[in-house]
Design a protein around this ligand. Structure first.
Ligand SMILES: [Zn+2]
Length: 353
């Protein structure tokens, strides 16, 4: 006998997603579009999406890649550089093309070499974002080579985020893919402001950094920010499952061709779009917090961003037999993309309706 447990929630949103472009986008976007009503689309293409016009053109390409009959809204972002024009951002925001502005410290992650070299360089832009109520989305890691790689996020909080919060107290900020106890604590300590939130990925909930070295070096578990200690993972789980309104889902699903992962200087990024909801449900189930899953997946993000909760619903079901994990997907150019996680049984899945 198969015992089935089900949970129906408003359709979730993915508040942090990479889908790349062209053949890769066409291969990966359907996995997100099926399960999520909206997603914040990251702008780190090559070259990056820096202007409102770039974002409008990218949005057209994204819309063209949404499978027929699927209701999915891409929310576009602009990649901040040292020379971003605040008027262009404001125009894009007012016209509904741009949803937020994304700050990558130069060199922090995939295609971030055009990122901001010093936050001082964009204070006019930050001032404008604050004035017009446009959210700032942060890749919260310093890139100082003297800082230990595993401390990049914590040092960012201390060196950059606290200063940002001090100088722009009304600016709406999302610390993306929060991965440390230190960062979680800071976000909680600023909860009273209502201006700081954090998104959380499936992989930072599921794995600690031992999984990078599990029987040998594991490039498919390498992401940025990198996985952290078990104490950090537990803090992130606690934040997600607490129901606190400033924490919500952002998968940071980030596909790379297998050849870019299984090599020297392997690319950082975990492709979790097919399994993200299964993992989130699994984590909440283990924490005995399934009654708070809807907050995390479907309510907290829309509330922070001032959007409506999706009217459509989605049902998750738990089977007593573990899910069959997805095999690598193949783009029309023949690139394989390995889906996360490998070798971890998951028993929750999205029900077909
Ligand atoms: Zn990302």
């Amino acid at each position: 006998m198969t015992e089935m447990k089900t949970l129906t929630i408003p359709k979730p949103d993915d508040w942090h997603l990479h889908i790349r472009d062209e053949a890769m986008m066409r291969a990966v976007l359907p996995f997100t579009a099926r399960h999520f009503a909206r997603a914040v689309i990251m702008p780190n293409l090559k070259p990056p999406v820096v202007t409102a016009a770039d974002a409008a053109a990218y949005r057209d390409r994204v819309r063209a890649a949404i499978p027929e009959g699927v209701n999915f809204t891409p929310l576009m972002t602009a990649y901040l550089t040292d020379t971003t024009d605040p008027d262009d951002l404001e125009c894009g925001f007012e016209e509904g093309i741009l949803f937020g502005a994304k700050l990558y410290p130069a060199g922090a992650t995939t295609n971030s070499e055009n990122g901001v070299t010093d936050i001082q360089n964009i204070s006019v832009v930050l001032d404008r974002l604050q004035r017009i109520g446009m959210p700032l989305l942060l890749h919260g890691e310093v890139t100082d080579p003297d800082v230990d790689f595993f401390d990049r996020e914590a040092v960012f909080v201390d060196r950059v985020l606290t200063r940002l919060r001090h100088n722009f107290p009304e600016l709406k900020i999302v610390l993306e893919h929060v991965s440390t106890h230190h960062a979680v604590q800071y976000v909680v300590s600023e909860a009273h402001s209502g201006k700081l939130a954090a998104s959380i990925t499936p992989h930072h909930l599921l794995y600690n950094r031992n999984r990078l070295f599990d029987g040998g070096l594991c490039p498919h578990n390498f992401c940025l920010p990198v996985l952290k200690r078990e104490t950090d993972r537990l803090a992130v789980v606690e934040a997600a499952t607490s129901g606190a309104p400033m924490f919500f889902a952002g998968t940071d699903s980030a596909p790379h061709p297998r050849a870019a992962k299984e090599k020297d200087n392997a690319a950082g990024g975990i492709f979790s779009a097919p399994t993200a909801l299964s993992i989130y449900a699994e984590i909440f189930d283990r924490a005995d917090a399934l009654d708070r899953l809807a907050e995390f997946l479907s309510l907290n993000g829309s509330s922070f961003y001032g959007l409506n909760v999706n009217e459509a619903t989605l049902t998750l079901e738990k089977a007593d037999a573990p899910l069959e994990l997805p095999s690598p997907i193949v783009t029309e150019e023949g690139d394989e993309v390995v889906a996360f996680p490998s070798g971890m049984p998951l028993s929750w899945r999205v029900a077909d309706r």
